[in-house]
Ligand binder design. Structure first.
Ligand code: C2E
Ligand code: CA
Ligand code: CA
Length: 740
């Protein structure tokens, strides 16, 4: 969980924030640019429209003047005005102008500015009505008549036929264009004195329906006239000044704003695009976040895999070494003491072989859990591999504490493990080294704990040892022994085979012998097989040793009148491919009878699921070789398994026999074993018979054969042969064999 929250924070800060900031900036910039270009476009468009309105007003002024010229530059007009033919004037210079050009007013004045004719708002008016315009038009008349008198022809072209004067003014309450033109001859045949021409005044209202026409012609929306500047922002306007520069009102219209229009059209598309982009970015960010969380998780997982043991989840060797280094560093700096434990499970291989590897794994996991529970949070428990574990205990107060912990560990390991539907019994051997007493170097310290463990294992399982200097020399001695054993096998002469007689419980007759190997070391004297068989197994010499023993036994006993020649075989030999063939070879080579040979193996050999072992046993049984389970009761199998074992004999371990007369339970167990064996058709031999009491009881409860110091010690072959010479049982045994 902490991984996830840490990731969220870091992800937001390092990835999401910069991306979202960049995206937001880009959006803001794009929006601002769009708005700016729209308003800039609008500004340019409005400026153009304003110019257009000015141009329109100018054109109106010259247009009205132009309209006038169609009638004012005309001989007939000059004559009609001269003659004061009002009817003609009305038709041609008054109502005509209204119907044809849409003018709102027309006035005809003499050169002395006496009104002859007036037309306004669609009707002929009294000529005096012109006086209302007198004030407005006066300035125009002054200007025009002065120019006429001066003969000024400025602005006259083949299109503009006469000079004139125009202005914008309020007429009859309407903003209007007012234009004055002289009524002149078009042919030049009528003589007129400059300045004395009659005058025509045209009026065009600016606020009438004519604005609608402008609207249509120039595509200006809502074009109108306002006396005051419109207050709204949505209207454009231009000032309309009169000739004296005074503002008389404003043209107003709804401006054409292409930028805003485009923006309005495009905005929904843009907004959808932005929303889609933001959505996409969010989706991508979410995906990115999920990925980065996954990545961190898998990094954490890789880290865990690199530092922990996969099976048990405990720290692995590397992690152990690192924390031990740190602990040692602390001790070097601050003083104090720490302890290192080296643990190795006892009989673990048997559990693995009998119950299978998954069960073995389960046992290791359970053992790891118990270790962690027992040692507490201070200690570092690690698995080195296989069934080897280490514990590093920081802050050790006394050596007693460590030994107490070791005892607790051993007790803990002794408790049965419920796995694969059955109870497995193992044990643990514990070696202890202490820093600084045994050194401050990690490698050396761990090695010393290992050496101590090795000693614990060899001084009887389920025990613990604290490292001492002698252990190193013992190990050295063991290494020497290993070399010496190899040499003994190479050279010969040092190994001897002794035989211990086996007696029938019923008849007390000698029925067989067990071959027991002896080593006379040139400098150390007799060495026990308990010591050197174990070394041979450990270093792989057991196969050569076993072969020597078998050959020797076959050669020595082939002429003996016995039913049984028992030979001890290590489980390692039996599980090696081709073992059965080698035994068959030896039997053939020596001429020994396979039916006399009985191989003694430990229980686990029979219960193991090792296919090679089963094949060897099968092949040898087919040859007639028999099998016995040695030291029965000390191994792993339960009594109930007895019936399933494919063997001929059971040798009851001497530890049970030694309990006879002391502890009732041992006798009961032996009785049960014998009963069960009988029921399964197996023979039984009791080992280690040392007292008469044991001898008596074993006979009475129905044991088949007996073996022990009380009856006979293991002796060299010559002594066995002497037995037959001296004692009757020899004859009896020989006879019984001949009879059988
Ligand atoms: P084991 O197979 O249980 O052999 C019997 C051991 O009990 C022998 O010890 C024998 O001397 C001892 N013994 C016999 N009677 C008594 C008695 O009344 N009391 C006591 N306390 N002990 C008695 P040994 O010869 O020292 O052999 C020890 C073990 O070494 C054997 O135990 C066997 O497991 C192994 N061994 C001996 N020879 C061979 C061999 O040729 N091959 C293999 N693989 N192992 C061997
Ligand atoms: Ca034996
Ligand atoms: Ca035995």
């Amino acid at each position: 969980m902490p991984v996830k929250t840490a990731t969220s924070g870091a992800f937001l800060l390092k990835t999401a924030l910069p991306i979202l900031t960049a995206a937001s900036l880009a959006v803001a910039f794009a929006t601002a640019f769009a708005v700016w270009s729209a308003s800039e476009t609008d500004r340019i468009a409005i400026a153009r429209q304003e110019r257009l309105v000015h141009v329109i007003v100018d054109q109106l002024r010259s247009g009205i003047a132009h309209d006038q010229e169609s009638v004012t530059v005309w001989d007939d007009s000059v004559e009609a005005v001269e003659a004061q033919n009002l009817e003609w004037i009305d038709v041609n210079l008054g109502s005509w102008m209204q119907t044809y050009f849409g003018h709102d007013g027309a006035f005809v004045l003499t050169a002395d500015r006496v009104p002859l004719y007036a037309y306004l708002d669609g009707a002929v008016q009294a000529p005096q009505s012109f006086h209302a315009l007198q004030r407005i038009v006066g300035r125009l008349l002054d200007d025009l008549q002065k120019r006429l008198a001066a003969g000024d022809q400025t602005g006259v072209t083949d299109k503009v036929l006469s000079i004139g004067s125009t202005d914008i003014a309020v007429v009859n309450g309407h903003p209007s264009i007012v234009s004055v033109k002289p009524i002149v001859s078009d042919s030049g045949e009528i003589e007129q004195e400059p300045g004395q021409e009659a005058l025509h005044v045209a009026v065009r209202y600016l606020d009438s329906d004519f604005l609608d026409q402008l609207e249509r012609d120039y595509l200006i929306e809502n074009l109108g006239f306002a006396w005051a500047l419109p207050k709204t922002d949505h209207q454009s306007s231009v000032k309309i000044p009169d000739g004296s520069g005074k503002t008389i009102g404003y043209f107003t219209w709804t401006p054409y704003q292409p930028g805003s229009t485009v923006l309005k059209r495009v905005a929904p598309v843009m907004i959808s695009f932005l929303v889609a982009s933001l959505l996409l970015i969010s989706i991508l960010l979410a995906a990115l976040r999920r990925r980065s969380i996954k990545l961190q998780a898998s990094q954490a997982e890789i880290q865990h895999l690199a530092t922990h043991d996969q099976l048990t989840g405990l720290p692995n060797r590397r992690t152990f070494e690192r924390s031990l280094d740190e602990g040692l560093q602390r001790i070097r700096a601050e003083g104090g003491a720490l302890g290192v434990f080296y643990l190795d499970l006892d009989r673990f291989k048997e559990v693995n072989d009998t119950l299978g590897h998954p069960a073995g794994d389960e046992l290791l996991r359970e053992f790891a859990r118990r270790l962690v529970d027992l040692t507490g949070p201070q200690a570092v428990v690690a698995r080195l591999g296989g069934d080897e574990f280490t514990i590093f205990v920081p802050d050790v107060a006394s050596r007693d504490d460590l030994e107490r912990l070791a005892e607790d560990l051993i007790e803990m390991a002794r408790q049965p493990f419920s796995i694969a539907g059955s109870q497995a019994f193992v044990g643990v051997s514990v070696g202890i080294a202490i820093a600084p007493e045994h050194g401050l170097d990690r490698v050396n310290l761990t090695r010393r704990a290992d050496v101590a463990m090795y000693h614990a294992k060899h001084s009887g399982r389920s025990s613990h040892c604290l490292y001492s200097e002698e252990m190193d020399s013992l190990i050295e001695a063991r290494r020497e022994l290993e070399n010496d054993l190899r040499e003994a096998l190479d050279r010969g002469g040092q190994l001897h085979l002794h035989y211990q007689p086996l007696y029938s419980a019923a008849s007390s007759e000698l029925t067989g012998v067990e071959a027991l190997v002896r080593w006379k070391h040139p400098s150390r004297g007799w060495i026990s097989p308990v010591v050197f068989v174990a070394i041979a197994e450990e270093v792989g010499l057991i196969h050569r040793l076993g072969e020597w023993v078998l050959t020797e036994a076959c050669l020595a006993t082939k002429a003996w009148p016995v039913e049984t020649v028992a030979v001890n075989v290590s489980a390692l030999e039996l599980s090696k491919a081709g073992y059965a063939m080698r035994v068959a070879n030896t039997l053939m080579r020596t001429g020994a009878n396979p039916r006399h040979l009985e191989l003694e193996v430990t229980e686990s050999t029979f219960t193991a699921k090792d296919g090679e072992c089963q094949r060897n046993i099968q092949a040898l049984r087919e040859l007639g070789v028999r099998f016995a389970i040695d030291d029965f009761g000390t191994g792993f199998s339960s009594l109930s398994r007895l019936q399933q074992l494919d063997v001929d004999r059971i040798k009851i371990d001497r530890s049970f026999v030694q309990g006879f007369g002391k502890d009732g339970s041992d006798e009961a167990i032996v009785r049960a074993i014998i009963d069960l064996a009988k029921a399964s058709g197996l023979r039984t031999t009791a080992e280690g018979v040392e007292t008469e009491l044991q001898n008596e009881r074993l006979r009475s409860i129905g044991c088949d054969e007996l073996q022990g110091f009380l009856l006979h010690k293991p002796v060299p072959p010559e002594e066995i042969e002497r037995l037959w010479m001296e004692k009757r049982p020899l004859k009896t045994a020989a006879q019984s064999r001949e009879n059988g």
